[in-house]
Write a protein that binds this ligand. Structure first.
Ligand SMILES: NC(=O)c1ccc[n+]([C@@H]2O[C@H](COP(=O)([O-])OP(=O)(O)OC[C@H]3O[C@@H](n4cnc5c(N)ncnc54)[C@H](O)[C@@H]3O)[C@@H](O)[C@H]2O)c1
Ligand SMILES: [Zn+2]
Length: 345
């Protein structure tokens, strides 16, 4: 089949590759429709590796996907041919200790699309476990379906935060992950979000998404803004979604006593944070790694109209333009958030 293959660092080609897959009794075969480009896909393209994961063999990219079921395994009950679906890209070992304890995202043996050596889904079809394949309601488009994967990260962060109705949240970083985390926090009960970035066009877009106050931290002091909004009390929650080392180390200053911090962004270097500053506020600190058990809730929020990702889908390419799409994503203009590839109409 023809797929978008990362041959090695900096070399991306749309070409034939043998990916024949047999359909197990609990699997479905899916014809791909829309696949989003994620920061990790771009990083494998430009760097050939992320941490311990190194591209050693040609690998198909793409893990944010929606499609249509074209074949179902003998034991599959909840899906049928023709169903519109989106998929969780990580397949854990069903018998691992982490999976059995409900933390299947933390299974060290998880096989995640487009994470070496596992192929991704910028290709016509894929075989996937039915258990990790979710039906899309009629009013959720394929483009929105392909956004469920990044939204799931924000949903998992919002869940870990244990939001109380009316909370004020800070979201640091207005990239795709910060944007979906802000939307999940608002859908989860936050009354307002203060969003930071250093790129003004991203903040301008964020401000159109709901009760979101943009703060350009290149020009404004975040703590001063939050103190002014809360009579000096501070924010109930801080979601760190920038991955910037300085931002990640500064989360406790604008936090209220008894508040919680959720680390979502991944600093490229280890960071040191002020334990004493965290202690005097008895700050609760959480971390998220991808997500577990949130796809159905993310889809339900999209279908209900409470979480609208459409403004985040800023750029769309055809499958034939896949290499061009990736070169665009490498030099993404600050006014763009999410680029997607339409594999088939
Ligand atoms: N924990 C997880 O499971 C998980 C999943 C997906 C992504 N991530 C991580 O989340 C982070 C965000 O992902 P993304 O795709 O949105 O990346 P991105 O690079 O598109 O967004 C990061 C944003 O932070 C902004 N920024 C830089 N310095 C800042 C500062 N000092 N204060 C505020 N904002 C600042 C950048 O301008 C950019 O808009 C990355 O670190 C990524 O690796 C984590
Ligand atoms: Zn992703």
């Amino acid at each position: 089949m023809e797929a978008l293959v990362l041959e090695k660092k900096d070399v991306l080609r749309l070409r034939d590759i043998d990916l024949d897959e047999t359909l197990g009794p609990h699997d479905v075969r899916i014809a791909l429709r829309t696949v989003g480009i994620c920061g990790s896909d771009v990083h494998y393209y430009t760097h050939g590796a992320i941490g311990q994961f190194v591209v050693r063999e040609p690998m198909v990219l793409g893990h944010e996907a929606s499609g249509v079921i074209v074949e179902v395994g003998a034991e599959v009950k909840h899906l049928k041919v023709g169903d519109r679906v989106c998929m969780e890209p990580g397949i854990p070992d069903p018998n691992s200790k982490a999976t059995l304890q409900g933390m299947y995202n933390l299974d060290p043996a998880v096989r995640f699309w487009a994470t070496p050596p596992v192929h991704g889904v910028l290709r016509p079809t894929v075989v996937h476990p039915a258990a990790f394949t979710f039906k899309l309601p009629d009013n959720v488009s394929f483009a929105e379906g392909a956004m469920v994967e990044p939204v799931a990260v924000g949903m998992h962060a919002a869940t870990k935060a244990k939001i109380k109705p009316g909370d004020l949240a800070i979201v640091m970083g207005a990239g795709p992950i910060g944007m979906v985390t802000a939307l999940a926090a608002l859908a989860g009960g936050c009354s307002q979000v203060v969003m930071t970035d250093v790129q003004q066009p991203k903040l301008d877009l964020a401000a159109t998404l709901g009760p979101i106050t943009p703060v350009n931290v290149a020009q404004q002091n975040l703590k001063e803004v939050v103190d002014a909004m809360t009579d000096g009390w501070g924010a109930d929650l801080v979601f760190e979604c920038s991955g910037n080392e300085k931002a990640a180390a500064s989360v406790f200053a604008p936090l209220c006593p008894g508040g919680a911090v959720v680390y979502v962004g991944i600093p490229l270097q280890p960071i040191a944070y002020d334990v004493a500053a965290a202690m005097v506020k008895e700050a609760r600190v959480e971390h998220v790694f991808r997500y577990a058990h949130v796809y159905p809730r993310a889809i339900a929020l999209m279908a209900s109209g409470k979480l609208n990702v459409k403004p985040l889908i800023t750029d769309t390419f055809r499958f034939e333009e896949s290499v061009e799409a990736f070169n665009f994503a490498v030099h993404m203009p600050p006014s763009s958030v999410k680029a997607q590839i339409i594999v088939a109409e």
